[in-house]
Ligand binder design. Structure first.
Ligand code: DAT
Length: 174
């Protein structure tokens, strides 16, 4: 069944601004902010807690089962630092947020990440790991790279995504 509203992924290295973007977008568009972090925790889609990384070890099959029904209905903004696990057929737009290393360093330091986790995430951002993952997993036309260093950039990103949504609704009118 075709969706009456699209599903958008907002992805990127931790600290790029996914949650901040998703919260504003959800408020402005009425789409639902699907925080995968929260779902993994609340619906126990994990195989336990990784002490070293201070994060849940995600059980991807369980996670997909947990969100399948609501995602298939459409109207979700999926907030997660990975994107290759979601079936292509579920997704209409993939936004990859990017940030300068020095800005990311400051944001992750403020989160008190361990030296190892901090370095791994900085490397991941510099090597464009998430951008590549998005490009490898979805059609090129639906992957958009946006910078998120400043609140002005965030405002313009939100405007762009809103404009995209408006167009999608026009193009997919029943
Ligand atoms: P993520 O969900 O990707 O881990 P976040 O939304 O929690 O990131 O943002 C991390 C921090 O950076 C948070 O304190 C808000 C700030 N931030 C995010 N995007 C920003 C932007 N475009 N301009 C200024 N600050 C931003």
């Amino acid at each position: 069944m075709p969706r009456s509203l699209p599903n958008i992924i907002v992805t990127g290295t931790p600290g790029v601004g996914k949650t901040t973007h998703c919260e504003v977008l959800a408020e402005r568009t009425g789409l639902k902010h699907l925080s995968i972090n929260q779902i993994v925790k609340d619906r126990e889609c994990h195989e336990g807690w990784d002490e070293e990384y201070q994060s849940w070890i995600v059980d991807e099959d369980k996670l997909l089962d947990a969100i399948e029904d609501e995602v298939k209905q459409g109207g979700n903004i999926i907030d997660w630092h990975a994107c290759d696990l979601f079936p292509k057929s579920w997704i209409d737009l993939v936004v990859v947020l990017r940030v300068d290393s020095s800005t990311l360093y400051d944001r992750l330091t403020a989160r008190k990440y361990s030296e190892k986790k901090l370095q791994e995430n900085l490397d991941s951002e510099i090597m464009e790991v998430l951008l590549q993952e998005a490009r490898d997993s979805y059609d090129e036309e639906i992957v958009v790279e946006l910078t998120s260093n400043t609140s002005d950039e965030m405002d313009s990103n939100i405007d762009r995504i809103e404009a995209w949504l408006k167009q999608w609704k026009e193009d997919n009118r029943p």
